[in-house]
Design a protein around this ligand. Sequence first.
Ligand SMILES: *[C@@H]1O[C@H](CO)[C@@H](O)[C@H](O)[C@H]1NC(C)=O
Length: 633
Amino acid sequence: MKISVLGFFFVLFAPSLCRVPSETHLRTELEHASTPPRGWNSYDSFCWTVSEEEFLQNAEIVSNRLKPHGYEYVVVDYLWYRRKVPGAYTDSLGFDVIDKWGRPIPDPGRWPSSKGGKGFSEVAKKVHSMGLKFGIHVMRGISLQAFNANTPILDTAKGSAYVESGKQWRAKDIGLKERACAWMSHGFMSVNTKLEAGRAFLRSLYLQYAEWGVDFVKNDCVFGDDLDIDEITFVSEVLRKLDRPILYSLSPGTSVTPAMAKEVSGLVNMYRITGDDWDTWRDVLSHFDVSRDFSNAKMIGAKGLLGRSWPDLDMLPLGWLTDPGSNEGPHRTSNLNLDEQRTQMTLWAMAKSPLMFGGDVRKLDETTYNLITNPTLLEINSFSLNNMEFPYVSGRKFRRKRKVLPQDFAEGGMLGKRAFGLTTCKDPKANGWSTKALDQDLEQICWREKLEEPPCLYKRKPLLASGVEMIYKQQYEGTLHLLASDGMETCLDGSPRRRLTSKEFGGGSFSPCKRDANQMWELNANGSLVNSYSGLCATVGLLKDDAGSSEVRSWIATGRRGEIYLAFFNLNLEMTVISANLADVAKVLPWKNLKGVSCKYHEIWSGKSGVTKQLISIAVEKHGCSLFVLTCV
Ligand SMILES: *[C@@H]1O[C@H](CO)[C@@H](O)[C@H](O)[C@H]1NC(C)=O
């Protein structure tokens, strides 16, 4: 057997070990997720609707064009077991394909190779033959459908029904109905891991995934607001014992704190630290504070399951996309402009987030391709160290401050200086809405009418396209669309996982009107305005900062060839001159002895180069960023 370099290092750094473990064990310990995982995920472009053909077409292109840049995982996101038939949607009940043990299996309509009990094994084989790794999304616990059918539980050791104390255990014995997933209440619930039968059920799921050849699981509705530490702990234990590593990822991460992450980081390889990220500026913005907090807490690349773990800022919704909660596949381009996309990629790179591309790569345009394969960003993402927010940065207005314009209003969910949020309908603070008639045909819904200029939205019956199934119509009878202004086709949107966090007042946002449950609202008698999709209620609050104030951010990191990376982010609504002093760079990287040195710099987006001994300064576009590579001697 060859003596591997890894073995050499291991011995070097662990001299107290008297026995060198086997090479395979060694490799797993040191290599699993040693850099932030990178790949493609079907959610942003297909929501839940992706088919085998679409998935494999994407995988083929990932293999040819993105694999050379380290994108190695291809992941099927949620509800691959749901039949795509009229009436089925993201929280429908009774449309799932389950086996006799209550386990979800791929919908044979969308995944024809799964027929005959093959599950995902044929797809995994094809993915592996492309040189890629195969991932799937899974929900917490057990489905309500399996619970209602009271399916027996498989004992994987015996290959027959699980029997304990003379009793055959079933779904209703282990399902915790009171712990249904908050954002998919008709979908899944936790199982009782205190019961051996509950653990047997989870084991039967994950051993099956391993048998299919799955390399990556994204476990959803177990973290953040939905924390189920028992399930995470047990699943991690099952995965640890497999003879082949499966990367373990947690989602979503609404209201996650570093303290909560510390409980799970050693059990997993990546975990989301925000709610879902979509292509709005508000979503990009919401990642700055939280990624700083996690770098300060030393969570980036901390010890994880059989290797390392990474705080995950979510997929990159760039290129050719669909909408959250939609039954439709990709049909529109990203709403972020190029400056905003660069800001997102640069923050994700500097914070060493996993990079999971979300757009349909069959329609990958050159600009997006160049951005997601930018060699400097990918080098930073994989190999930089000492990644942290750099606080000694200042911004100066390039031009005079201007007012918030209507186009800003449509983008971010703002109403003047106020912003929409989503909260539980039990919160009496949400009871502030009332109807106001403008004329015979036109009505508004306004927030707290006693305010001098109450924020108002325009009421309209939702668009129900012709040919929409009856079920859909009945379900949304009496609901409203709420438009930003009369004649402007942007509707208030309340997707379920973008709810208020303590950090930011966010949540609702505007997007082009469509027949989407996310955009349907109902006014209750008590003045609360409930969203049909999430069941959450709309509120209006003051923005923490008047959206025009000078907000600039910066991140710093060191490279493996001695270089320093310095990124400037302009969060303002106008062009801003951003500056930092070399003396302050020297202060945060004391071991590099930068006092009095001069640095060559190269800014990657503008191509500007030069030498400086003091100041680094550049004018940055609204919502844009600059990225300097510094070489100091
Ligand atoms: C307002 O009414 C709705 C619908 O009846 C109810 O679900 C909600 O809890 C109520 N909110 C408060 C704060 O009473």
